[in-house]
Design a binder for this molecule. Structure first.
Ligand code: NDP
Ligand SMILES: N[C@@H](CC=O)C(=O)O
Length: 384
C-alpha cells in the first residue's frame, strides 16, 4: 500500500517514522512514497512535493494521511483525494467535526474509506471502542479528559507548582498543543472532540454552537491549592448525555475527588468514559496528544483499511435536540464579588476571593447565574 502524507509537522513526521522505519510484520507492504509540504521545506526529503495534484493524480498512491490541521485547505484536499478514489485517514478534528458527513458521503460514492480515530483521544482507540460498544449497547453518555495540553498544564501546576504560562510553553515544545493554543485552553478542541464522539455514540450531528463551552484559562494556582485542601482536583472535561431524542453537552472544568481516577491522570494523558446499557461504565486511558501515540492511531486506521476491518458504519441519521434542563448539577464559582441568589448553597471566603458552591441546578439556571457575574477572571467549574 503506497501512502502520501499531507503536512509534515509533529504528527505527519510521526506517521512517516512508524510506516517507513518500524519493522512490524503488518507494515512490511506499506510505504510512504510522497509528502506534501510547503515550498520552503522542499529539500528536507526527496519524496516531498509542493502541489496536491502530484498526489491526487498519482495512481500508485492508495491512501492519503492528512495532518496539516485547520479547515482550509484541508477540506478541499481531503475531498479531492476521496474523489480520486484514495482512502483518507486524518487526525484533524477541526475539519472532521465540521465536515464529517460530506467526507463520509464522498468516501461512499467513491468506494473508499474515510477514517479519523486519531482526531479524538490521540493514541486511545476511543472511536473504534464506541463503535464496538454500540454493536450491542445503546450509549447514554460519555465524558472525559479529552485534551492532552490542558491536562499537562493542570498536572504541572498541581504536582510541580508551575505557572500556567510556563506549563503551556512546555506543552507546546513537546508538540501537544494546537497551532493556536487557544483551541486547547478555551475549549474549541474539546468541543470538536465531543462533537465527533457524539456523532459515533449517538448517530447524530450535534451542533457545538448550542452547548456551553467554558475556558480553563481562569484556573489559578490558588484554585488548585484551595481544592487540594478539600481533597479535590480540577480537570478540563468534555461531556455529553442523551435522553430519548434530546441531549446535553458541555466543555468545562470539573471538580473530582482527589482519589478518583480522573484526578490522578498525569501529563499529556487522557481518560474517556462511556456508559452503555449492558456494559455499564467503561473507561479508556492513554496518551491523548503527542507525535508517536497520535501517529500510532493513524497507522492503526491504515492497517484496518488495508485489512478491511470495520467496527460498524458511521451514520448521522438521528435528530437530537439540545435541551438545557436534562441535568441538575452542583457548580463551583470563584469570584472577587459576592453573589446572592436562591441557587447558592455555601460560600467560603479566601483572601479577596469567594468560593461559591451552588445547589444542584439545571444548566438553564446555571447559565442565568453565570451571566450575572461581572468578574472576567471568575473560575467556573462543575462538581462531578
Ligand atoms: N499534536 C498532537 O498531539 C495532535 C494533533 N492532532 C491534529 O493533527 C493535525 C496536525 O497537528 P500537528 O502535527 O501537531 O501540527 P503541526 O503544525 O506540527 O503540523 C502541521 C504541518 O502541516 C504543514 N502545513 C500546513 N499547511 C500546509 C499546506 N497547505 N501544505 C502543506 N503543508 C502544510 C505545516 O507547515 P508549517 O509549520 O510550515 O505551517 C506543518 O508542518 C492537527 O489537525 C491537529 O489538531 C491530533 C491529535 C494529536
Ligand atoms: N492539542 C491536542 C492534540 C490532540 O488532540 C491536545 O492537546 O489534546
Amino acid at each position: 500500500m503506497n501512502i502520501a502524507i499531507l503536512g509534515f509537522g509533529t504528527i505527519g513526521s510521526g506517521v512517516y517514522e512508524i510506516v517507513n522505519q518500524i519493522q512490524a510484520e503488518e507494515l512490511k507492504d506499506c510505504k510512504v512514497t510522497k509528502i506534501l509540504d510547503l515550498p520552503q521545506n522542499k529539500d528536507k526529503l526527496d519524496i516531498i512535493v509542493c502541489d496536491i495534484n502530484d498526489i491526487t493524480e498519482d495512481e500508485s498512491i492508495d491512501l492519503v494521511v492528512e495532518t496539516m490541521g485547520g479547515i482550509h485547505p484541508a477540506y478541499e484536499f481531503i475531498q479531492n483525494c476521496l474523489q480520486h478514489k484514495k482512502h483518507v485517514v486524518t487526525a484533524n478534528k477541526a475539519v472532521v467535526a465540521a465536515h464529517m458527513s460530506d467526507f463520509l458521503k464522498s468516501a461512499k460514492e467513491n468506494g473508499v474509506q474515510f477514517r479519523f480515530e486519531a482526531s479524538t483521544g490521540g493514541g486511545i482507540p476511543w472511536l473504534a471502542s464506541i463503535q464496538k460498544a454500540k454493536r450491542i449497547d445503546e450509549i447514554s453518555s460519555f465524558y472525559g479528559i479529552f485534551n492532552g495540553t490542558t491536562n499537562y498544564i493542570l498536572d504541572s501546576m498541581n504536582t510541580l507548582n508551575e505557572e500556567f504560562e510556563t506549563a503551556l510553553k512546555k506543552a507546546q515544545q513537546l508538540g501537544y498543543a494546537e497551532a493556536n493554543p487557544s483551541a486547547d485552553i478555551d475549549g474549541y478542541d474539546v468541543q470538536n472532540k465531543v462533537t465527533i464522539s457524539a456523532a459515533l455514540a449517538f448517530d447524530s450531528k450535534i451542533d457545538m454552537k448550542d452547548f456551553p463551552c467554558f475556558s480553563m484559562a481562569n484556573i489559578t494556582y490558588e484554585d488548585i491549592q484551595y481544592l487540594k485542601s478539600h481533597h479535590q482536583m480540577i480537570k478540563y472535561i468534555g461531556q455529553a448525555i442523551k435522553k430519548e431524542n434530546m441531549y446535553e453537552a458541555f466543555v468545562m472544568p470539573m471538580v473530582f475527588a482527589s482519589n478518583s481516577l480522573e484526578a490522578n491522570i498525569p501529563s499529556n494523558f487522557n481518560i474517556v468514559t462511556l456508559n452503555g446499557n449492558t456494559i455499564g461504565e467503561l473507561k479508556f486511558y492513554g496518551q491523548g496528544a503527542g507525535k508517536l501515540p497520535t501517529a500510532n492511531a493513524i497507522v492503526e486506521d491504515i492497517l484496518d483499511i488495508k485489512n478491511q476491518i470495520s467496527y460498524g458504519k458511521v451514520s448521522l441519521d438521528k435528530k437530537l435536540s439540545y435541551c438545557n434542563t436534562l441535568l441538575k448539577e452542583k457548580y463551583l464559582i470563584r469570584t472577587n464579588c459576592p453573589i446572592e441568589n436562591e441557587w447558592i448553597d455555601s460560600v467560603e471566603c479566601k483572601g479577596a476571593n469567594y468560593y461559591i458552591t451552588t445547589k444542584a441546578i439545571s444548566t438553564k439556571d446555571f447559565m442565568k447565574l453565570v451571566n450575572s457575574i461581572s468578574d472576567q477572571k471568575a473560575m467556573i467549574a462543575k462538581y462531578m
